[in-house]
Design a protein. Structure first.
Length: 222
């Protein structure tokens, strides 16, 4: 499904996760570095999104999860995709994209795509580590690369790819009370699909982006 045939923002909320927030002392740069260097035993949340892909194999891709060091605390940098794109048009996402043969590894894909999409130079990016790969309903096997981003930096978006860039406090996204479960009915009696949503101000974060944030949430709470 290349274009959305429904408005996810008006779909009913079936539940709110309501788990306790990640403790504030774990959301500092030093504690995040320690967490990735000495990863705990934890279980990624199983997502049903991959079951909607009917192709033969998933295509590799990567995204950068940029945690920006601000005086008021870490924020998560997100993009709103351009409305003219064939896939996920207008949706909220992390910067990133498909693996290319010139990329050495998934991290290189994330860094290259981030620079191409929003102009964030890699000299400002401090890599922390990867989260487990995430399979999307559109057939991508996405490697989420978590990083710290050191200001000051300039951004220059590619208008063909990105309509806007904004930041959300990490503390907001790492609080289960802001994690909603919503549901829509598939056409022709095909059942229903549940997905996570994390509305913030005028932004509606959902789908794969919310799913990867859920895994970051579990990783930091473990």
């Amino acid at each position: 499904m290349s274009k959305l045939a429904f408005d996810p923002e008006i779909l009913p909320i079936v539940s709110v996760a309501n788990e306790d927030a990640v403790p504030l002392d774990r959301l500092t740069p030093d504690r995040l570095k320690q967490r990735f260097q000495q990863a705990p035993i934890w279980m990624p949340e199983i997502q049903m999104e991959e079951s909607f892909f009917t192709g033969l194999s998933f295509r590799p891709a990567s995204v950068l999860i940029p945690l920006v060091l601000r005086e008021r605390g870490l924020t998560v940098l997100l993009t709103q995709r351009a409305t003219g794109l064939n896939h996920h048009a207008g949706q909220i996402s992390f910067p990133g994209g498909r693996f290319e043969t010139s990329d050495v590894n998934p991290i290189e894909t994330a860094l290259r795509e981030t620079q191409e999409e929003i102009g964030l130079d890699r000299q400002h990016i401090e890599l922390l580590g990867n989260l487990p790969d995430y399979k999307t309903g559109t057939g991508y096997l996405v490697t989420p690369v978590v990083s710290l981003v050191h200001p000051p930096f300039d951004l220059m978006t590619d208008p063909a790819e990105v309509a806007a860039v904004f930041e959300v406090p990490l503390t907001y996204l790492m609080n289960g009370k802001h994690h909603q479960r919503r549901v829509f009915q598939l056409p022709d009696g095909g059942g229903q699909r549940n997905f996570y949503a994390m509305p913030y101000e005028q932004h509606f974060i959902w789908g794969a982006t919310a799913g990867m944030l859920r895994n970051l949430f579990h990783f930091l709470r473990a």
